[in-house]
Ligand binder design. Sequence first.
Ligand SMILES: Cc1ncc(COP(=O)(O)O)c(C=O)c1O
Ligand SMILES: N[C@@H](CCCC[NH3+])C(=O)O
Length: 438
Amino acid sequence: MFHGTSRVNERGHLEIGGVDTIELAKTYGTPLYVYDVALIRKRARAFKQTFEKHGLRAQVAYASKAFSAIAIVQLMAEEGLSLDVVSGGELYTALKAGFPVERIHFHGNNKSREELEMALRAGIGCIVVDNFYELSLLEQLSREFERKTPILLRVTPGIEAHTHDYILTGQEDSKFGFDLHNGQADEALKQALASPHLQVLGIHCHIGSQIFEATGFVLAAKKLFEKLAAWRDQYRFVAEVVNLGGGFGIRYTSEDDPLAPEQYVEEIIQEVKRDVEMFSLPMPEIWIEPGRSLVGDAGTTIYSIGSRKEVPNIRQYVAVDGGMSDNIRPALYEAKYEAVLANRVLDEKEEVVSIAGKCCESGDMLIWDLPLPKAEAGDYLAVFCTGAYGYAMANNYNRLPRPAVVFVENGEAQLVIRRETYEDLVRLDVPLKTKVNK
Ligand SMILES: Cc1ncc(COP(=O)(O)O)c(C=O)c1O
Ligand SMILES: N[C@@H](CCCC[NH3+])C(=O)O
């Protein structure tokens, strides 16, 4: 349940990064996302060191869709990671953060002309081309910009990874990428190679998210290298880069049994070595793009507890001051979480309650059947593992302002996203021109 630097301090409070989370809640309000910076650094280093240990050239690109903000992008830059962005907005955040442009990779299945122009103007390191529309648009824009744009071709290898249906991406029937087996990927390569304005660095695939076994990644790598061997023979094309995506699972609850993050990479490397040897291919640079496994278990959300409702003999509902507006994953994927009373961590668990959000929606439940000490208004609930796709998918449903985010490390806290105000909520509203008098 406890991750990274999380522990219980002498006051019986949850402490993260050497900072008392109750003090944080009092200073910054709730709901509040707290990120354990040391844990993020540890994860980043573990990924990088696994490649270094094998003497392989590699890039570990943080998939910023998991949590994009200037501070986290700067932290990843500090750790020497690359960055995967998936929209103009994420790219803008990266540029604002001063992230090294040559290490930014641009994803997306429907990049607009404006987004591609923005990427070309910035001179980013690589565009991961997803489809034929994008291929011809990018070719045309690169010609206009007089650029030779470095690209990867995203393919769907036809792998069914074992995860929630909504977060599968590598299977044949997917909206992403060129099909590897029906001729689409070959045609895309031919078209890209024919253009003097595109430089094909290599190939990319991403098979899904929150995956617990290495088998899917190993299978995907094998399929990619088989294709690369065929492309060498048919088109004399030799890939400089093979990108195997992200998707490494994390432990949200004790029911989850993922590998250690670097273990996925270890198994991928073993397969890559086998394939390179089997097909007599030069060792390419290996890229991966983890999101969740870099920031997921480093994030904890602190809520204030408010109302309760008892449904006699059935259930005790305990409501918090956030919900699907700051964590939509339980409603969207039936995602499970663990939590403790942050101000009374060691108190005996006396009841089983269900944690409700405050949105006007029956499905706004964060956790079903959670053993807790008798919780009352004024207590604080800490929900663990909310660092990935939490703030990133937060919304203003019911016009709830989005929470603040703090980073903690070595006993120090830093506010990295301020809490939205009501004024922020109406900032974009345009009042009616004429007053309607009835
Ligand atoms: C192309 C691509 N790369 C990387 C990721 C990051 O995935 P995860 O956060 O599961 O590591 C995703 C999201 O699933 C993705 O779509
Ligand atoms: N947002 C999803 C995963 C999608 C990953 C992005 N391709 C989640 O919370 O698990």
